[in-house]
Design a protein around this ligand. Structure first.
Ligand SMILES: [Zn+2]
Length: 186
């Protein structure tokens, strides 16, 4: 009994030492400047990103997702994502922290969120700052059920989203090509 208790004690201490390093750095957007409240809460966890300047880009990224990309895809798809996802969470990683080793993908969509490398999210250069119009579209697309090819609707949808969020300089188109033809992002 004594041994078991000691073991539990040690387990708790090591958990406490490890947990704060990977669970604290998170931005949550509950509302946008021109709206009363968001139907979906957007969270961006940037704990696995080390560079201070890159980490600061999490705030504009979160705000762009909540206040620009989310309403754009709502208009484009007509899908009310809050019916399946009241919270949408991004997890952003440095390359050396990326948990998906062995593949060439820099992003993965989940059920109500996505994991992205910083270079494909916080560090993209655009007129309006960092954003993601790719992984979030996978989450919207999940509402449609099985599709023959997972990027079948992405070209026109992403182009329309880029136009709606105000990134008009062609970056978005280049980014889409990179992601789908180069298969850097899945
Ligand atoms: Zn994809």
């Amino acid at each position: 009994m004594k041994t078991a208790l000691r073991y539990v004690g040690i387990a708790c201490v090591s958990w406490l030492l490890v947990a704060p390093a990977f669970a604290q750095d998170e931005i949550t957007v509950l509302r946008c400047p021109d709206q009363n409240g968001l139907p979906v809460t957007f969270q961006v966890d940037y704990s696995p990103v080390a560079d201070p300047a890159t980490r600061q880009l999490s705030k504009p990224f979160a705000e762009n997702q909540a206040c620009k990309v989310f309403p754009a895809y709502r208009n484009i798809t007509g899908i009310h994502i809050e019916e399946s996802c009241p919270t949408f969470k991004y997890m952003i990683y440095d390359k050396d922290q990326w948990p998906h080793r062995g593949g060439d993908a820099g992003g993965y969509a989940g059920r109500c969120g996505a994991e992205l490398l910083a270079e494909f999210s916080l560090l993209i250069k655009s007129q309006i700052g960092p954003y993601d119009v790719h992984e979030i579209l996978h989450v919207y697309q999940a509402a449609l059920g099985a599709l023959p090819y997972q990027h079948i609707l992405f070209g026109p949808s992403m182009a329309e989203a880029c136009r709606e969020i105000g990134d008009n300089k062609g970056y978005c188109v280049a980014f889409f090509k990179l992601k789908t033809e180069g298969l850097k992002i899945k």
